[in-house]
Design a protein around this ligand. Structure first.
Ligand code: ASP
Ligand code: MG
Length: 456
């Protein structure tokens, strides 16, 4: 077995759902690990499709028949992988998978009797439990000293089920104690996305949270690199589904990448870069299908700082305008408005103001058709001011460098799209972005046209 040496460099490698979707995919990931000895901690997502099935299973009123169907679907995905391993390893893994599925069925029945977000999290966490166990064995099958590790020993969180907050001090302490010593001669495989609260209940960090788990572990273990292996060859100048002119970016600064992740480039969980930036850990994003194609390096200092780096698009934005003559020369009005929004746990995205009105935008991260701005929120705001709510808008973010001091950017951007109605513009808070809202049905046109001009 190729034992792992040198503690000087430590790469945390995270493999997303498509990278661990099936046996061939897992094998490609194993080769990536094999080709670079610094890969010593592996964080995996659930195999593609499994978390979506678990989400359905975790919902209210799922009939026992549908429950069984989902459990069998999940079993099929996992045993489809284990069948490629040696028969004794296959038998052992299938036994573990079966007993985990029994546990899962119990949780599903509990959920049917009495729904809770606590049980929902217990259910959602199973996908990573399967994939990490299987992937450790796939590593062993190609002579890498892979070993399963239960991340719940170190990823301690509060009890905000579905959106749990990690206790960084405990993570650092427990990782140093329980995880670091294992990394000396093993390649440890653990779960992204999941954690455990102080009462020992399973928690999750939010959809797509495995990237964030990996970044937190890299930070806790003083990692030298974080690699995010996905199914695209890095971060693109814009969504390639919008224009075939989009191209992969070789390197990008933390600041720019954070703006991109926040403003809709779906490639990284938006929180991923926060731990990496705290510890100045370079992040690589590449495709486990085509590792030879390289990918994007995200780091503090990059060689080139172009004015325009990329264009991100986020759909289904909600624009709320609050208006009150009482705002004129008054103080404290906005604090009250923000108080209402905070009470409803609504996070504001963009803000623009005029003398007596303020426009606020809200993201719809779940993509759900139900508005985040409920009647209750509107009613409460209406006690303070006039309120109008608009839907059907998309947010276009032009990401780059020095945008607050560059000359002529307004002209370059808006001249290009002078046939389009711009609903709101936000510029000045960050040198890394300029954002505006357009109608949903014109969004692709805007992005394509801007890309053609700014990245010609
Ligand atoms: N499996 C989880 C999800 O699908 C976490 C992740 O993949 O990052 O959301
Ligand atoms: Mg993901």
């Amino acid at each position: 077995m190729n034992s792992v040496q040198s503690t000087s460099s430590l790469t945390v490698a995270k493999f997303g759902g498509t990278s661990v979707a099936d046996y061939q995919a897992m094998l490609r990931c194993a080769n990536i690990i094999k080709n670079d000895n610094s890969n010593r901690l592996v964080v995996v997502s659930a195999s593609s499709g499994v978390t979506n099935l678990l989400v359905r299973l975790s919902q209210k009123n799922v009939s026992v028949i549908e429950q069984k169907d989902i459990v069998e679907n999940i079993r099929a995905i996992q045993v489809n992988i284990t069948q490629h391993l040696s028969s004794d390893v296959e038998a052992q893994l299938n036994q573990e998978i079966n007993s985990l599925l029994d546990e899962l069925t119990q949780h599903a029945l509990t959920q049917l009797l009495q729904y809770s977000t606590k049980t929902a999290d217990a259910i959602l966490a199973f996908g990573e439990q399967f994939s990490s166990r299987i992937f450790a064995q796939v590593l062993q099958s190609v002579d890498i000293p892979g070993e399963y590790f239960n991340v719940q020993q170190v990823m301690k969180t509060n009890s905000l089920y579905g959106k749990a907050v990690v206790d960084l001090n405990q993570l650092s302490e427990q990782s140093t104690q329980l995880l670091a010593p294992k990394l000396i001669d093993k390649v440890i495989v653990t779960q992204g996305f999941i954690g455990q609260d102080s009462q020992g209940h399973t928690t999750t960090l939010g959809r797509g949270g495995s990237d964030y788990s990996a970044a937190l572990l890299a930070e806790a273990l003083n990692g030298t690199n974080l690699s995010i292996w996905t199914d695209v060859v890095g971060i693109f100048t814009t969504d390639p589904r919008i224009t075939d002119q989009a191209r992969a970016i070789k390197e990008i600064s933390f600041g720019e990448a954070a703006e991109m992740a926040t403003f809709g480039a779906k490639i990284l969980h938006p929180a991923t870069l926060i731990p990496a930036m705290r510890r100045n850990i370079p992040v690589f994003v590449g495709s486990s299908k085509e590792p030879e194609k390289g990918g994007t390096q995200i780091k503090q200092k990059v060689d080139s700082n172009p004015t325009y780096r990329s264009i991100a698009l986020r759909r289904e934005q909600t624009l709320v305008t609050v208006k009150s003559p009482a705002m004129l020369h008054a103080s404290g009005f906005l604090a009250k408005v923000f108080g209402v929004l905070a009470k409803h746990e609504l996070s504001i995205d963009l803000i623009t103001t005029s003398e007596i009105s303020v426009a606020l935008t809200f993201d719809n991260p779940s993509g759900s058709t139900q508005s985040l701005i409920t009647n209750a929120v509107v009613a409460e705001l209406e006690q303070l001011c006039e309120v109008s709510v608009e839907h059907g808008l998309s947010l276009v973010a032009v990401i780059g460098n020095g945008l607050t001091c560059a000359k002529g950017i307004g002209q370059s951007i808006f001249e290009t799209i002078n046939d389009v109605n711009i609903r709101l513009i936000c510029h000045g808070a960050s040198a890394n972005n300029l954002c505006f809202l357009v109608n949903e049905d014109e969004a692709n046109y805007v992005v394509e046209k801007l890309h053609n001009t700014l990245f010609a």
